[in-house]
Design a protein around this ligand. Structure first.
Ligand code: ZN
Length: 150
């Protein structure tokens, strides 16, 4: 099945992070720090999503722990339904807007119709798992001038 090639600004550059839903960041970091030896880089509240996130870098990517700050929230409902575990896979792109437009052009179901502010000053947008073979996919655009790691 021939398809037009993906324009460079829509192509995924790397796995930005792997999002994991947890009941408590405090009781989870011990595993990632103690067993896997990952440093805790950054913890941040994202009030718009009623979630607290913690980033632990590993190689050129990160583990993102997501703890709900409210039961009735996307992560709270995920935990209720499925328990703790892998929640989403985030790909870094040059432009979330272009990547989203590309996904829309292919008729994919979007969670976010426009890019929105995510953690760490990034712009983000999610694609619906029903259009991504069962995976909740996130596009991440690093803040301007953040200096992409090599
Ligand atoms: Zn994420």
């Amino acid at each position: 099945m021939a398809r037009a090639p993906t324009p460079p600004n829509m192509a995924a550059r790397k796995v930005s992070h792997i999002g994991i839903a947890v009941r408590s960041i405090d009781s989870t970091v011990g595993f990632y720090q103690g067993v896997l030896g990952l440093p805790l880089e950054h913890v941040e509240d994202v009030p718009s999503q009623h979630v607290r996130v913690a980033f632990l870098p590993v190689g050129d990517t990160r583990v993102e722990l997501l703890e709900p700050t409210k039961a009735d929230s996307p992560i709270g409902r995920f935990l209720e339904k499925r328990g703790e575990g892998v929640h989403h896979l985030a790909f870094e792109v040059d432009s979330v807007e272009a990547a989203l437009e590309g996904a829309r052009g292919r008729g994919l179901k979007l969670v976010d119709n426009v890019p929105r502010a995510g953690a760490r000053g990034c712009m983000v947008a999610f694609l619906h798992p029903s259009s991504c073979h069962g995976v909740l996919v996130e596009f991440v655009e690093e803040p301007r001038g953040a200096g992409r790691p090599q």
